[in-house]
Unconditional design. Structure first.
Lengths: 143, 306
């Protein structure tokens, strides 16, 4: 499981963490029935307030993406119906496209050229690929 | 609601003619992690020392764990763990000697816990304290502050002088050993990025007053930067809590607390605008050094010259 908190970002930590877990549940990176780290474990790992992690879990449980089984742990919901997941994934992808387009527009307004933007995209893809590989490798080592 | 562990009302403190605290009020509830933010000289250390009864206030009411620290400082300090800023410990002692030396002062000192902390913080037991690194000294300070299982931990700028990795480790220790143990924590800092991930509540201390107190998320929701055409802003109502105004050509960038209300009024007036979310750093900056007087109409000359 790979979550990453960016400090000093303009996106609040609760939203960063909830967004990452949600995206991974919806895209199937986290399969139904997967056990999530306990609140304490995740708080310690990310060096984030325990209550913050707890609030994120509660929020995702209310969205029926994860399930808090008392005394047993926190799991990715079995009941995330495939259709619902697909619908949410689609709407998230649409939102992402909008954000991406506005990011490109801002870059152009800041005087970056199309070539600059392409180069940044290539770099970002490479970087993202690397951290995804790391987390996949870590997952496979564990299982 | 859970009970309050610290209650401070209208605190005022001056050192001779130098007024450090003008009017400080706040409340901390059991189990909360409370971060006191402020620039150097804002009065953070003075506030914390008042809570411990190391100083006495000129005016105001302080209640810590249900007691008045100026009347019962010793009884209270047994229940509090304190890490002073740049804590000076006997440099010729070893960490183990320091623990044995302090043990008799605290009836609730837990020798096993102290040993356990020394292990977990990977502190050498037999090296002289004077030879420890800055990070190790802070950790030793934390061992000493926590070994008597305090109900309240008061940490004065614990991250001061720590490198980024040591700070993250320190945050982990704070979360693991204090938050999960239900200990109430009040700590001061000027590193907002560090504080945001750890604190339940942040309070901004500036020029002797707490000017804002809230959870980091609530603060971010409430304080926004709004960019709009400068010409249209003259028609818009001045926001109730304006923190900063900057003019960039024909655009006006304002930082507003209570953004939801102001945005609603802009919608009513039909003023075109863009909302920018701010990092906690920028929010702090707006509160402490923002220039709200540049709002057009109130001081036109200032708005034009910038």
């Amino acid at each position: 499981m790979f979550f990453h908190i960016e400090k000093g970002s303009s996106v609040p930590i609760t939203r960063q963490l909830a967004g990452q877990i949600r995206a991974q549940c919806l895209s199937g990176v986290l399969t139904p029935g997967t056990r999530l780290p306990s609140v304490r474990e995740l708080a310690r790992e990310l060096a984030v307030n325990v209550n913050t992690v707890f609030r994120v879990y509660e929020q995702l449980a209310a969205e029926q993406l994860i399930e808090l089984r008392h005394g047993d742990g926190t799991f990715v919901c079995e009941r995330v119906a495939a259709a619902e997941a697909a619908r949410q994934l689609e709407s998230q992808r649409q939102q992402y496209t909008l954000e991406f387009e506005s990011l490109i527009r801002r870059g152009l307004l800041l005087g970056l050229t199309a070539a600059d933007l392409r180069r940044k995209l290539t770099e970002a893809l490479k970087e993202a690929g690397r951290s995804l590989e790391d987390s996949t490798a870590a997952r496979e080592n564990k299982s | 609601m859970t009970e309050s562990v610290v209650q401070v009302q209208h605190l005022r403190k001056a050192f001779r003619s130098h007024r450090v605290l003008e009017d400080v009020s706040f409340e901390i509830r059991r189990g909360q992690t409370f971060a006191l933010l402020g620039r150097n000289g804002a009065g953070k250390t003075t506030t914390l020392r008042l809570l411990l009864g190391l100083l006495s206030a000129d005016e105001g009411v302080i209640e810590v764990l249900g007691r008045d620290p100026s009347k019962e400082p010793l009884a209270l300090r047994r229940r509090i763990g304190y890490l002073a800023e740049d804590q000076a410990m006997y440099p010729s002692m070893t960490p183990l000697e320091l623990c044995r030396f302090l043990e008799p002062f605290y009836p609730t000192w837990d020798r096993h816990l102290a040993d356990d902390f020394l292990d977990r913080f990977e502190l050498p037991r037999h090296t002289r304290i004077g030879r420890l690194s800055k990070g190790q000294s802070v950790k030793l300070g934390l061992v000493v502050a926590l070994a008597h299982r305090p109900e309240l931990a008061i940490l004065d700028d614990p991250a001061l002088g720590l490198d980024p990795i040591a700070r993250k480790e320190f945050n982990r220790d704070l979360i693991e050993h204090l938050q999960t143990a239900g200990c109430t924590v009040i700590y001061s800092s000027h590193l907002l990025e560090e504080v945001e991930s750890v604190a339940d509540v942040v309070a901004i201390l500036d020029r002797g007053c707490i000017i804002r107190q809230d959870s980091p998320d609530a603060l971010r929701d409430s304080v926004k930067q709004i960019v709009m055409p400068a010409a249209a802003a003259a028609a818009a109502p001045r926001p109730a809590s304006l923190l900063d105004v900057r003019r960039h050509g024909d655009r006006l960038a304002v930082v507003v607390d209570g953004a939801a209300d102001f945005l609603q009024r802009l919608d009513v007036e039909g003023v075109e605008h863009e909302v920018v979310s701010l990092s906690l750093d920028s929010i702090f900056e707006a509160f402490v050094i923002g220039k709200p007087r540049r709002w057009p109409g109130t001081d036109l000359s200032a708005a034009i010259t910038t």
